[in-house]
Every structure is written in structure tokens, then in C-alpha cells.
Design a protein around this ligand. Structure first.
Ligand code: MRU
Length: 352
């Protein structure tokens, strides 16, 4: 399953399109949307039809390509402004996952360095770059799966949070692909998946993916995780990340920090799996990361039904920050990083 697919034109009469699965409708409906509009992609990211840090990067790159194709004028200057406007729009969709900004910076660099050769040439290069970003993401998922699986022994029970599978990436997933790879290697794996309030990515998306893949998975409420640790039923925790700072602070789905604290208390390894594109070398400590706050209605309503009194105050951060001292290792597509992260992260980038 691919959450994102670039559809090249089938004739000169048709346009390039992006096809994506609408994650808000899962697991009850498997609906795919095809669009040739950058605005539709931006809206889909905002309402989380497309979500998960690596998927945001890939979708945003394709959004820029769609904006380039959408331009119908002849002036280089207008074209440049129109595509830069699209990049600005895409940057405004969600603030925390750095992959979105990383990919848009790459698209902007390709735009700026090719516009002098004409609009058609720049469009071709922009489309090529988006496809390259997607292909890199697919390879990155495979490598994370293989690297991470070396940390998983036979007969391991894993706790995971949110959704880090194919839906959250352009390929087969990050943390979840570690689980899937270990399973495919014949290791006996059991998974507990947190439901992940308030938008239920664990219940709706992770359980959908893991059961489709034939992996032994059990859904739990978020507050059950620590009880299972106390009962010695969890061997390892693996989560993804939306942004990792130079010194190893991890921004990930709200509730990740709770799990990391509890894992430390119970002496359970806490692994984070994420591509190097999730590492933000410009930030050092966690408090520098912008945490997205979501619409209160996502807490006061569940699946369209009101669950809290009207006019209540709500605080709904989408992510939290786990400090490096709680993280046993960071699994990337290049290597597995160990503390102290400031050193291991810099060494990895230096040896690139
Ligand atoms: O708000 P979401 O659903 O986009 O949050 C996703 C997560 O927190 C994931 O753990 C993270 O993006 C890694 S996805 C491979």
C-alpha cells in the first residue's frame, strides 16, 4: 500500500495528479483522492487526510509540482511568484514536522536554480525533484526497517504510539516498518498499539495496517500502556518522531513523553525511528520546537459526536517533547545513533 502516488499524464490532454488515501476516513472507508491542485494538497495536510512527518514532506513536494503545472502564464517572474506563493501556503499548514520544511526548502532551491532556463525547464526539474524526494523516502523506510530490526529479538512484545506505517510515509513506514521487518524475518512479534487520543491514529490507522499485514496486534487505551509495563508485558517501545534536535530532543505525538518516562522507570528500552530528514540541525533543545495546537473540537468531539459540555476550556497540543536522557537509541536510515546524541548526530552528518 502506498499512501501517496504521483500519476503522470496518460496523454497530452491530461495533467499530472497526486493520488492520496484520505486518512480521516480510515478504517471504515478506503477512499482515494486524485487532485491536480496544490490548494487541495494543502487543505488535506491541514485536516490530516495526509499526515505523518515523512508523508508531509513527500506530499508537500508534490504540492509544489502541482502548483508549477497549474501556472498557465508566460512570464518567468509571475511563475516564480506563483510557485513561491504555493510554497508559502504549504509551509503554513502544520508547524512541527520538520520534514515538511526540509522538503519545501529543497523544492525552492530547485526552482531558484532552474528558472533562468525557462518555465518549462523549471517545471520539469521541479517534478523530477518531487519524485526523487518520494523515491528517497521509500528507500529510507526500507533501511530504517532493516537497521531497526537488528534491535528486535525473537519473541518480543513491542509498544507503539500513533501511526508510523506506510500511511505516515511515502514508503513502508519508520517505527512500524521496524516491526514489520522483524516480523518478515520470522521473529515472533506481538504489538500493543496505543489508541492515541484525540484523533485515534493508533486505533484507526496502526491497527488497520498491522491487521492487514497479519501482525499480532492488540489495541489499548493510552492509559493502559504503563499498566502493561508494570506487569512486565512490554519488552521494547518504538515510536516515530516529527522533529529531532541536534542534542536528541524528540518531538512526537502527544503522549510519547508519558511512555518514555514510564519506560525509563520500568527499565524498558525506548527506541525512536526516524529519517535523517527529521533531524533539525538548527535547533538544540526541545523548547525551541514549535508545538502545534489543534482545534478544541478534536477533543470535545469524538468521531463527530460531542463528548464534553459546551463552552469548556480545552488545551490540545498535538505533540510533546521527550528529552534525550529517556531515549535508548535513534534508528535512522544511515545508522543507529546512541547517546550522547549531540556527538553521534554530528558525527553521522559529518561522515555523509
Ligand atoms: O499528527 P500526526 O498524525 O501527523 O502525528 C504523527 C506522528 O506523531 C508520528 O509519530 C510521526 O510523524 C512519525 S511518522 C513516521
Amino acid at each position: 500500500m502506498r499512501s501517496l502516488k504521483w500519476l503522470a499524464p496518460i496523454s497530452s490532454q491530461t495533467k499530472s495528479k497526486l493520488r492520496f488515501i484520505d486518512q480521516t476516513r480510515l478504517p471504515l472507508e478506503e477512499t482515494y483522492i486524485e487532485t491536480d491542485s496544490c490548494e487541495v494538497v494543502a487543505k488535506a495536510i491541514r485536516k490530516m487526510s495526509i499526515r505523518g512527518a515523512p508523508a508531509l514532506g513527500v506530499a508537500a513536494a508534490y504540492g509544489v509540482a502541482l502548483a508549477a503545472f497549474q501556472y498557465s502564464g508566460k512570464e518567468k517572474e509571475d511563475f516564480l511568484n506563483s510557485v513561491l506563493g504555493a510554497i508559502k501556503l504549504l509551509k503554513s499548514t502544520r508547524p512541527t514536522a520538520v520534514n515538511l520544511f526540509w522538503s519545501l526548502e529543497r523544492m525552492m532551491a530547485v526552482l531558484n536554480s532552474n528558472i533562468e532556463y525557462g518555465i518549462d525547464f523549471a517545471i520539469k526539474k521541479i517534478e523530477e525533484e518531487a519524485i526523487i524526494i518520494h523515491e528517497e523516502d521509500i528507500r529510507m523506510c526500507d533501511s530504517i526497517g532493516k537497521n531497526g530490526a537488528t534491535l528486535i529479538n525473537d519473541s518480543t512484545t513491542i509498544l507503539t504510539h500513533c501511526n508510523t506505517g506506510a500511511l505516515a510515509t511515502g514508503g513502508d513506514g519508520t517505527a512500524q516498518n521496524v516491526i514489520v521487518t522483524a516480523h518478515r524475518q520470522g521473529k515472533k512479534i506481538k504489538v500493543y498499539a496505543d489508541e492515541t487520543r484525540p484523533l485515534l491514529q493508533g486505533a484507526r490507522l496502526t491497527m488497520w495496517e498491522l491487521t492487514n499485514l497479519g501482525i499480532d496486534a492488540t489495541l489499548i487505551t493510552d492509559s493502559t500502556a504503563t499498566f502493561l509495563m508494570q506487569q512486565k508485558k512490554i519488552d521494547v517501545v518504538i515510536t516515530g518522531a516529527d522533529r529531532i534536535t541536534l542534542s536528541g530532543y524528540i518531538a512526537n505525538k502527544i503522549g510519547t513523553y508519558n511512555i518514555a518516562v514510564a519506560a525509563k522507570f520500568h527499565k524498558i528500552p525506548f527506541f525512536v525511528a526516524a529519517p535523517t530528514s527529521t533531524i533539525d540541525l538548527n535547533l538544540k533543545i526541545g523548547s525551541e520546537i514549535i508545538i502545534e495546537e489543534r482545534n478544541p473540537s478534536e477533543v470535545t468531539e469524538t468521531l463527530g459526536r460531542r463528548i464534553a459540555p459546551y463552552n469548556v476550556k480545552v488545551f490540545s497540543p498535538a505533540f510533546d517533547i521527550t528529552p534525550p536522557e529517556l531515549v535508548s537509541a535513534i534508528i535512522t536510515e544511515k545508522e543507529i545513533l546512541y547517546p550522547p546524541y549531540e556527538t553521534s548526530i554530528q558525527q553521522m552528518f559529518a561522515s555523509k
